[in-house]
Design a protein around this ligand. Structure first.
Ligand code: RP5
Length: 159
């Protein structure tokens, strides 16, 4: 099981590191590349066409066409992560990523939603991997237990 992460720029790494860390915590292999839909279109094309990953995560800011371009090149699932960027605080990236024409979907996450992009990818992979599915269930259980623990601490005044 492998997920490919394409970043439009090395400047997206600060956000996207969370996706790599999350995927690795589930034992999922990651292919990581910087390739821009605008600055290096041929590199994007060649990477997508030659990748043996099951899912792509594409992260870009500003006129964020990367995820859409990746989706145009493959029928594998593509998850888009709009990156928060100046001067429009990621709204430009969000709209550029989410507003795909009918026929070429991109599963768009929240602005800077790197962690959820990784979790969504794991959920898709888990459809065919019982061990991954168990890990996701235990991840959710741990998260719920932390909420209850924090609630308890809040009431005890030890938060
Ligand atoms: C996008 O433009 C990149 O994904 C990045 O979020 C943004 C700015 O890129 P740099 O000018 O920092 O390389 O293509």
């Amino acid at each position: 099981m492998k997920v490919a992460i394409i970043m439009g720029s090395a400047s997206d790494w600060g956000v996207m590191k969370a996706a790599v860390d999350t995927l690795k915590s589930f034992g999922v292999e990651v292919d990581l590349i910087v390739a821009s839909a605008h600055r290096t279109p041929q590199r994007v094309h060649d990477f997508v066409k030659n990748s043996d990953a099951q899912i792509f995560i594409a992260a870009a800011g500003m006129a964020a066409h990367l995820a859409g371009v990746v989706a145009s090149l493959t029928v594998k699932p593509v998850i888009g992560v709009p990156i928060n960027s100046e001067p429009f605080k990621g709204l430009d990236s969000l709209l550029s990523t989410v507003q795909m024409p009918g026929g070429v979907p991109v599963a768009t996450m929240a602005v800077n939603g790197a962690k959820n992009a990784a979790l969504f990818a794991v959920e898709v992979l888990a459809l065919q991997d019982g061990e991954l599915s168990k890990k996701l269930i235990s991840y959710r259980e741990k998260m719920a237990a932390e909420v209850e623990l924090n609630d308890k601490r809040l009431k005890e005044g030890s938060l």
